[in-house]
Design a protein. Structure first.
Length: 122
């Protein structure tokens, strides 16, 4: 039964990503995939927050449904990879490299911030 809840939450996370991606892409005129960066950084923060809050105190169901399900569906490594390859193929290696570094550094930083805040709350 938990698998069904995780799948449902994953679908909702993917729908949330699709909606936010569309909104951010519509308002972005720089030609860079800022939407994926924003979504992955936000998702990293939220997963850190959830993990810090839930910890190992028996919140396994919440971690599974919200973390693996919703946030797993919300964030997207594969789309980020495709966007980096597209930038490289479009002969924009500096943009691709900058985006890759920004995605990793910002995601890790925000995850750490979320984890710290979650531990303080939890």
């Amino acid at each position: 039964m938990i698998g069904l809840w995780v799948a449902l939450a994953g679908g909702l996370g993917a729908a949330a990503r699709f909606t936010l991606d569309g909104f951010l892409t519509q308002h972005n005129h720089r030609g860079l995939p800022i939407a994926t960066l924003t979504i992955n950084v936000l998702g990293s923060f939220l997963l850190g927050l959830l993990t810090g809050w839930a910890g190992h105190d028996g919140h396994e169901l919440v971690r599974s449904i919200a973390g693996v399900g919703f946030l797993g569906g919300f964030t997207t490594f594969s789309t980020a990879s495709v966007e980096l390859v597209r930038l490289t193929r479009a002969e924009r290696p500096l943009a691709a490299g900058g985006l890759a570094v920004a995605m990793i550094m910002l995601s890790l930083t925000m995850c750490l911030l979320g984890l710290t805040l979650g531990q303080l709350v939890g």
